[in-house]
Design a protein around this ligand. Structure first.
Ligand code: ATP
Ligand code: MG
Length: 402
């Protein structure tokens, strides 16, 4: 098989100095993980490239999974040959022939990465182009808008011939920026916040608050499916399911209605922070977007954030809802998030939550009862599930509901 390799170009990690090795090791691990079902593949790398040898595997089914690996700038299916002029010319000819070239135009774009190679790129272009022209019919050169652009990269160890670059997911390899806890609700926003955090190299664990019997098993399943939908980007994810009913009932009883939302968020944040400490993570991620709802005004964030000094990452803070929905659609979480099951906050949402809550007031309301022991109890009773693997495509999920 002529195209027996995939050539992978690293993105931003190329600039990472001393951490480079760690970045590349993680990237390789993530690539192997996502392609684990393709058992014929073998892997190798040089300083700035990663190569997959296909050993007979059709490259087509590898394209979609590879597009999900953060840290890849671009990749191409490639034909590999020795860095020797006659071999390069012959492989180039075969490569162009495989593109059904009759009546088409072409161009050769050679790059001499190995500066000791005797021909420079201009001479390479000329020699290879001439060999192709002499040995084919009805093929013309067009250097501006060619139908076929054959790229030839001559490196020390081998030469690689490619036609098309697939754009990679960019970002940083998952797991290179440290660990953070994602608060995942089942809504549209938080899965997108999780995806964007993974894109910046974070390793995530998920925390979900669950209030049976006010919320049912299908609401929990929704969160499991959303978490699964994020696993292709990073591998296994720990999902912590926190029983939240007692705390929510106590909030309803003790706190004036327009402050229940503020208090709920403060309790969630404290519990997440306790789980974070146990799991040795360094930050908390939420799907908040400034001004989207009452709990996401600056005054609300100020009142809620008081309970912890742990960094809270809010990747969506400046995004509009439509921008968030666009991302949710591309990562196939939108369909799952749109399932009609209520989460614990939706059910307890007061008719008129305070948009400008005051720290002094909420502290006073919360001081009349012992929330602390309930928070500890909730953490103790938290269930942890390891989520691995992908689920079926989104449309099947929706059909299931009909
Ligand atoms: P989302 O679409 O993520 O539910 P939202 O716009 O509905 O967000 P809120 O309900 O105010 O906003 O929630 C703000 C953030 O608080 C969520 O993005 C999420 O990070 C966290 N959160 C809310 N409810 C839960 C829950 N039941 N479990 C875990 N985290 C939650
Ligand atoms: Mg929500």
């Amino acid at each position: 098989m002529l195209y027996d390799h995939i050539l992978i170009r690293f993105g931003e990690i190329s600039t990472k100095g001393r951490n480079r090795k760690q970045f590349i090791t993680k990237l390789k691990r993530n690539i192997r993980f996502i392609l684990k079902d393709f058992q014929n593949l073998t892997y190798s790398s040089t300083r700035d490239r990663f190569y997959i040898t296909l050993n007979g595997q059709d490259p087509e089914p590898l394209v979609a999974p590879l597009k999900k690996v953060f840290g890849i700038q671009s990749f191409s299916v490639a034909a590999k040959c020795k860095s020797e002029m006659n071999e390069i010319k012959e492989t180039a000819l075969q490569a162009v022939r495989s593109q059904n070239p009759e009546g088409k135009t072409f161009k050769v774009s050679a790059k001499r990465a190995d500066k000791t190679f005797p021909l420079d790129s201009t001479k390479l272009n000329y020699e290879i182009g001439r060999h192709i022209l002499v040995n084919t019919n009805h093929l013309k050169v067009d250097v501006h808008h060619p139908d076929i652009n054959l790229r030839v990269e001559v490196r020390k160890e081998a030469a690689y011939l490619t036609f098309h670059d697939h754009i990679g997911a960019a970002g940083l390899p998952a797991g290179t920026s440290g660990r953070a806890m994602l608060m995942l609700s089942g809504g549209i926003d938080s899965p997108v916040a999780g995806y964007l955090s993974l894109k910046r190299g974070l390793e995530i664990e998920v925390v979900h608050f669950f209030s049976p019997p006010y919320t049912n098993e299908r609401a929990k399943q929704k969160v499991i499916d959303l978490t699964k939908q994020l696993t292709p980007y990073c591998g296994t994810i720990n999902l912590h399911i926190v029983p939240f009913t007692k705390i929510q009932e106590l909030i309803q009883k003790q706190v004036p209605e327009n402050y229940t939302m503020t208090s709920t968020r403060r309790m969630m944040l404290q519990i997440t922070d306790m789980i974070r400490e146990k799991q040795q993570a360094l930050a908390i991620i939420t799907g908040e977007s400034l001004g989207q709802v009452a709990s996401q005004t600056l005054d609300s964030m100020y009142a809620i954030n008081e309970v912890t000094s742990t960094p809270i990452l809010r990747p969506l803070i400046t995004m509009d809802k439509l921008e968030i929905i666009d991302i949710a659609k591309t990562i196939d979480t939108y369909g799952i998030s749109s399932r009609p099951y209520e989460d614990c906050c939706t059910i307890f949402t007061p008719a008129a939550p305070k948009t400008k809550p005051k720290r002094e007031k909420i502290n006073r309301f919360e001081s009349f009862v012992d929330f602390d022991s309930l928070l500890k109890e909730a953490v103790e009773q938290t269930e942890m599930i390891e989520i691995t693997g992908q689920i079926r495509p989104q449309h099947t999920e929706i059909e299931d509901l009909l």
